[in-house]
Ligand binder design. Sequence first.
Ligand SMILES: NC(=O)C1=CN([C@@H]2O[C@H](COP(=O)(O)OP(=O)(O)OC[C@H]3O[C@@H](n4cnc5c(N)ncnc54)[C@H](O)[C@@H]3O)[C@@H](O)[C@H]2O)C=CC1
Ligand SMILES: O=C(O)C1=N[C@H](C(=O)O)C[C@H](O)C1
Length: 238
Amino acid sequence: MKIALIGYGKMGKAIEAIAKERGHEIVLTIDVNNQQDLTVENLEKADVAIEFTIPSSALQNYLLCFDSGVPVVSGTTGWLEKKDEVLKAMQQKDGTFFYASNFSLGVNLFFALNKKLAELMKNRSEYDITMEEVHHTQKLDAPSGTAITLAEDLFDIHPGKTSWTLESPSQAEQMHIEAIREGQVPGIHRIKYESEIDYIEIEHSAKSRQGFALGAVLAAEFSAGKKGLLSMNDLLNL
Ligand SMILES: NC(=O)C1=CN([C@@H]2O[C@H](COP(=O)(O)OP(=O)(O)OC[C@H]3O[C@@H](n4cnc5c(N)ncnc54)[C@H](O)[C@@H]3O)[C@@H](O)[C@H]2O)C=CC1
Ligand SMILES: O=C(O)C1=N[C@H](C(=O)O)C[C@H](O)C1
């Protein structure tokens, strides 16, 4: 495939390496130093765009991709308050948008484990639930997009929690998320159910960005010839 990279930071570089290993061609690389090159004309040279930038840039990048008719695979987090605007634009332009807060197979298995544990624990009110996420010190958003996905999936199943907070919970229905920023940590997520008697904890820890990058490239390959909103559930059939 011909790939346009929008965002050439830690993830853009990791994705470039895996894409080339899998025989793909990078036809456009965009970052803040050459944003003027991000045009519909240039995007049309690509079969797919892979976008990993910052929360404040994602929307404009998606809109340009929809205008170009090029499928966009994005992992950028921290923009979900604009989700309705993104989906409306995608529908109006008959676009293709593959979004995942986390592209790694391991985390998507962890998403499934989180839902199964929430089902097991939904009537065990003696256990309180907390979450922790740990990332490198360059991360701009908190909590992580992965943590928000885990929390929202849990709220859909477990009646005891309905919202999350980074602060100390003021109500029993609030779930505390501890967002820790430390060194160069690629990404750790923990969910703990604790009672007076014991606690049960599940954890996913990324050893590098390889899992995220491989998942994004597989998502790009999967998106070819498809329309609409796509997710890791479509790719992995979990
Ligand atoms: N969904 C997933 O599996 C994963 C998602 N992420 C998310 O991806 C995003 C990027 O992560 P990293 O690559 O680690 O960050 P990074 O800071 O290393 O790279 C982001 C790059 O985007 C560039 N950028 C900013 N605005 C831009 C614009 N308008 N057009 C083009 N480039 C622009 C920055 O200059 C920077 O080089 C974050 O939101 C992070 O949460 C990160 C890892 C995995
Ligand atoms: O910023 C990161 O690095 C990561 N961000 C994503 C998130 O916000 O969930 C995915 C992964 O945890 C790494």
